[in-house]
Design a protein around this ligand. Structure first.
Ligand SMILES: [Zn+2]
Length: 326
């Protein structure tokens, strides 16, 4: 007869101190990247209706928010721009006087140590809302690369510390790497949106950035949520093309993918805790259905546990405060 035994796993949970000694994943404010929306105009601080606590700022008010981010010890922000005019090829994206370029210069002047990441895409700047050049109802790959490369160089010239291309065209990392190198920015890293799914969780962002596609959807360039091997192919392509960081987006419904990517590449992995994930928590919290602080810290910890080295999150300011016990 076999003698059945059980192990007393609870021994390591007997006190708060004991639990803290064996904790495997610890969240730090240095893990966070805070997304910000900059808009043309004066004296603008618009709350995004589907994202309570998140605002679009005009340049003259942007520093209110940036100063707060810096004072909380968050090391980095990523900028999304909302131009006053849009056109077919998104020229506002690579204009030296474009909204993102001006915001970058302003921030770096006052806070040279804050790492400014420029989101590199065309969808906020095109009148059709797609991430590339459109012919009929097709989004063209190679002609889009040229414009993306121009955008990246103009952002690096403005002082962006990291270029974050998000449009999911094939070859976008190598096109941007070559253009940055030729322009003398060989030390500016690329944080690629390597694994980006065509997700319904992006809805509130499109309100915030005014970037909803005017026809069709993004399923010919963003990935099918059902696919796992494809994520590894996308990650591998971007590694070969010279990316320095890989983003997995969205985060919460894709924690398995994050772990796969982490186990298969040797680059820092970045989780994008997207707008829809944020809005669901805010809505439930506003109704008193959940404990917002505990839910947010548990969610962000799960992303780090799944393999994220950094987390892009709209909760960054609150989470940084909570981690400091404030
Ligand atoms: Zn885009």
């Amino acid at each position: 007869m076999t003698q059945l035994q059980f192990r007393r796993n609870r021994r390591l949970r007997t006190s708060k101190t004991m639990r803290s000694m064996v904790r495997e994943t610890i969240l730090h404010k240095e893990d966070f990247i805070y997304p910000m929306f900059v808009i043309e105009g004066e004296n603008v601080k618009n709350e995004v209706s589907s994202m309570p606590g998140i605002h679009q700022f005009s340049l003259d008010r942007l520093m209110e928010e940036v100063d707060e981010v810096v004072s909380l010890g968050i090391p980095s922000v990523i900028l999304f721009g909302i131009p006053s005019e849009k056109d077919a090829t998104g020229t506002g994206a690579f204009d030296e006087e474009g909204i993102v370029q001006r915001a970058t210069r302003l921030i770096k002047e006052k806070h040279p140590d804050l790492v400014v990441i420029a989101d590199t895409c065309l969808c906020e700047f095109t009148d059709h809302g797609h991430c590339g050049v459109v012919h009929g109802d097709e989004v063209l790959n190679d002609p889009s690369l040229e414009l993306l490369a121009k955008t990246a160089v103009s952002q690096a010239k403005a002082g962006a510390d990291i270029i974050a291309p998000s449009n999911m065209m094939d070859g976008f990392v190598i096109a941007i790497r070559q253009a940055l190198d030729e322009a003398g920015f060989e030390n500016v890293p690329i944080m690629s949106y390597a694994v980006k799914y065509a997700s319904a969780y992006y809805g509130p962002f499109r309100d915030a950035a005014d970037s909803a596609p005017q026809f069709g959807d993004r399923k010919t360039y963003q990935m099918d949520p059902a696919n796992r091997m494809e994520a590894l192919r996308e990650a591998e392509s971007d590694v070969m093309e010279g990316a320095d960081f890989l983003i997995v987006k969205p985060a919460l419904s894709y924690l398995d993918i994050m772990r796969d990517v982490k186990n298969n590449v040797l680059l820092p992995v970045v989780a994008y805790n997207v707008s829809g994930e944020y809005s669901m928590v805010k809505a439930a919290a506003a109704n008193g259905w959940i404990n917002e602080k505990e839910i947010v810290l548990e969610t962000l910890t799960s992303m780090k546990r799944a393999g994220a080295d950094l987390i892009l999150t709209y909760h960054a300011k609150d989470a940084a405060r909570w981690l400091e016990g404030k």
